[in-house]
Design a protein around this ligand. Sequence first.
Ligand SMILES: Nc1ncnc2c1ncn2[C@@H]1O[C@H](COP(=O)(O)OP(=O)(O)O)[C@@H](O)[C@H]1O
Ligand SMILES: [Mg+2]
Length: 276
Amino acid sequence: MSVPALEVRGVTRDYHVGGGLFGRSRVVHALKGIDLTLERGKTLAIVGESGCGKSTLARIIAMIDPPTSGTLAIDGMPIDITAGRVTAEQRRKVQMVFQNPYGSLNPRQKVGNIITEPLVLNTTKSAAECRQLAMDMLVKVGLSAVHYNRYPHMFSGGQRQRIAIARALILNPQLLVLDEPVSALDLSVQAQILNLLRDLQDEFGLTYVFVSHDLSVVRYIADEVMVMYYGEVVEHRSRDAIFAGPEHSYTKTLFAATPRADVDSIRARLAAKAAG
Ligand SMILES: Nc1ncnc2c1ncn2[C@@H]1O[C@H](COP(=O)(O)OP(=O)(O)O)[C@@H](O)[C@H]1O
Ligand SMILES: [Mg+2]
């Protein structure tokens, strides 16, 4: 059996909130024991209502935040984020793309510097090599080498997300964690970015963890779907199985909340596909 791209075992995360001078502190159990295994080259969509713990889990998988307990393995290698024991090589393998590309891009940095920065910090490549790699990557994400010397504010939302994707890919990672990457974009632009992500996945053999609250996006991009509810996984099945008929009562509610026409058209398309 091949080594999974990602393994998450018993991951929990508590937040301590409040506890100011007069406030009473309390604990939010944002994740209550998450298990998942994801094969290489696949896309796992994580869905669920706001506040169910999607972003918390995404940040833990991306090694931005530590879990309270539990373990993580990338490519079969255990990750120990506490005590700074994550190696540079492990960090390189996992990159994150956020919802708001403007917030995640430094407005004072030129696009070229934004994309080459990870190369400059993590490799010994020459300035000329970094520049060339960044220019090639700009083309791969549907921009152009002439954009190298421009600033983020000169781009549209969709183009900025392309810049963020270029930066995420420049160190040649294996796993991309995308937290609502198209939610801030117009519908037509969403489709373009989703197509780009599919193309890049094929080209680079990438594995995606894709957080979204939008089931039509999920249906388009995902191989499997994991439904979360208050910090727990309530259902994790293939995309086709879950859209054909959600099992868990919460998943049914979640799917019922999306416009009827949408769910019907999804079902019809899946049925047509299955009938072949
Ligand atoms: N930095 C934080 N401090 C305190 N509580 C947090 C923090 N981040 C998230 N939470 C809480 O953890 C829970 C899960 O949040 P989050 O992971 O952002 O959910 P989602 O991305 O699904 O909307 C929520 O109850 C949220 O209020
Ligand atoms: Mg979130």
